[in-house]
Design a protein around this ligand. Sequence first.
Ligand code: DCP
Ligand code: MG
Ligand code: MN
Length: 340
Amino acid sequence: HKHDGHDRETNPNAKTIATLQEMSDYYTRIQDQWRPIAYRRAIATLRKQDRKIMTAEEASQLPFVGSRLAQKIEEIVWTNHLRRLDNTKLDDSDKLLEKFLGIYGVGFAQASKWINQGYRTFEDLLAHAQLTDNQRIGIEHYEDFNTRIPRAEVGEHGDIVNSTAHSIDPQLQVVIMGSYRRGAETCGDIDFMITKPGASVYELRNILLDELIPSLFAQDFLQVGLAVTSRMDGTKWHGASRLPGHEGAQWRRVDFLLVPTEEMGAALIYFTGNDIFNRSIRLLASKKGMRLNQHGLWKDVIRGRNRERMTQGTLLEGGSEKRIFELLGVPYRPPEHRIC
Ligand code: DCP
Ligand code: MG
Ligand code: MN
């Protein structure tokens, strides 16, 4: 009678077949065009064998089994394992982690949780995961938010925010910060600093939330608000904008940071970055017994046993960027040179 080659339990090559199938699934996932076909054919051949294929030489005599596949079959039989598969699992989940981390607002904990829950694609997530509104927007606009913005377009977004701000209150000042201020040719997002001489953060917050943002929505410039954070690093509004009148124009990530005049120097340093430069200049301050944050440069900061801060200290300077460099005893560095 005919041997039942399809019985996974009793097939003498069951382990080999299962391992090759995993390799094949990997190639399917990474959208390799040919290898899944080659694997499928080799697996079909193995299923038809009624003895265990032990060596590469034996394997390569079978139809549809090339020499590389034959080597793999031998490795699986003799080591009960395929090393190449470990690597694919590694690059696979690394790449997936990186991809999920690229979603706006998604951190390491959320990304790994999704991977552990078995989600592998954006389609999976959109169809089956419990997503917040922002996560859904982050996925739907993944390409947009991960595409760098040409400098000239950042300038156009700036013009719109500027003229809108001026029509609300001629004293409002809008400065584009981040990579744009450092002179970058392309920017990851658009960072706006908003100030007004003499205005407190509360006053600025009211202008932003009650007037500027609604007006920018009304012009079909802002598309969505994503988050308002009000923390140590000041009040920041996150959202997305698009140049009006360009159907299909990409959504761009925008940040608004509200800064009272007396903190402008420190905020300029913080929001110009880059982040590595910030870390190094803060370290320098701390080595000199001072402390630099986005609100100012401080002295006489009292620290506890584990160097944890006990007091805020005394403000040395907040308003002038140049003066902060002076007090730190380092030559002023223009924004274009603040790339570490
Ligand atoms: N910043 C920081 N530390 C962080 C994030 C930001 O010090 N973890 C500061 C320095 C950044 C500035 O805020 O330059 C703006 O943050 P962005 O994330 O927008 O970074 P960039 O504008 O520098 O670069 P990109 O072009 O990618 O937006
Ligand atoms: Mg930026
Ligand atoms: Mn930003």
